[in-house]
Design a protein around this ligand. Structure first.
Ligand SMILES: [Zn+2]
Ligand SMILES: [Zn+2]
Length: 217
């Protein structure tokens, strides 16, 4: 598979894991806030208790909903980040998939499915967006990046910088990246990637790179 596609899949897997963790944290924070929301100083406390427990069962109140949503956002930055990233993901999926984008299905799953058919330039652009969202989500959730350093192995692309394993996604497709995101120089590049293209960030399938190192290349 072209490295740009591998990179896109790795970015999707990383963001999916990060977004799941953030959503979990946000839910816990929300639950904690709601359970302590009986003080009369909060907008939540204006709602009847039954409505707070089962909001869908009662007639909607758009104005109150809007106020509560706003309070939620201010009070719960985790939830706000998760929502913003979900919105951005929907936008990315819409931009990449066009008419094929289905609003009710998971945008990450739709993007993953279409990666093999995408042009490499589209993959690269998409990956940049995904990596940015991944960074924001991990920052908000207080979790580290998706990389596990691989000490003792120099980058075959830029030679003297540390390599790292991208840990999300299936173990059999594990990929390795350069911590400096060094770009490929194309056909003449010594990186050993099977499909070299100028400007693409270096990325290797772990199994390929291990085999190459074993051969002493
Ligand atoms: Zn490098
Ligand atoms: Zn290269």
């Amino acid at each position: 598979m072209h490295p740009a596609r591998l990179h896109a899949l790795a970015a999707l897997a990383s963001l999916e894991a990060a977004q799941a963790t953030l959503t979990q944290y946000a839910r816990h924070a929300r639950q904690a806030a709601l359970s302590g929301a009986d003080d009369l100083g909060t907008v939540q406390a204006w709602r009847p208790a039954t409505e707070r427990q089962a909001p869908r069962a009662l007639p909607a109140n758009p104005l109150l909903d809007a106020i509560v949503l706003q309070v939620d956002r201010v009070a719960n930055p985790l939830l706000e980040r998760a929502r913003r990233t979900a919105d951005t993901l929907a936008w990315i999926a819409g931009a990449v998939l066009g008419d094929d984008y289905r609003t009710r299905a998971d945008p990450l799953a739709q993007l993953r499915a279409v990666v093999p058919a995408l042009q490499t330039s589209t993959c690269e652009t998409m990956t940049r967006w995904l990596v940015e969202q991944d960074r924001l989500v991990r920052q908000a959730a207080g979790i580290g990046d998706d990389l596990q350093l691989w000490p003792g192995v120099a980058c075959p692309g830029c030679d003297n910088v540390v390599l790292a394993l991208q840990m999300s996604g299936p173990a059999e497709d594990r990929v390795v990246v350069c911590t400096e995101s060094c770009p490929c120089a194309g056909e003449a590049c010594g990186c050993g990637m099977p499909d070299r293209a100028v400007g693409v960030a270096h990325i290797w399938q772990l199994t390929d790179l291990r085999a190459r190192l074993a051969r002493g290349e």
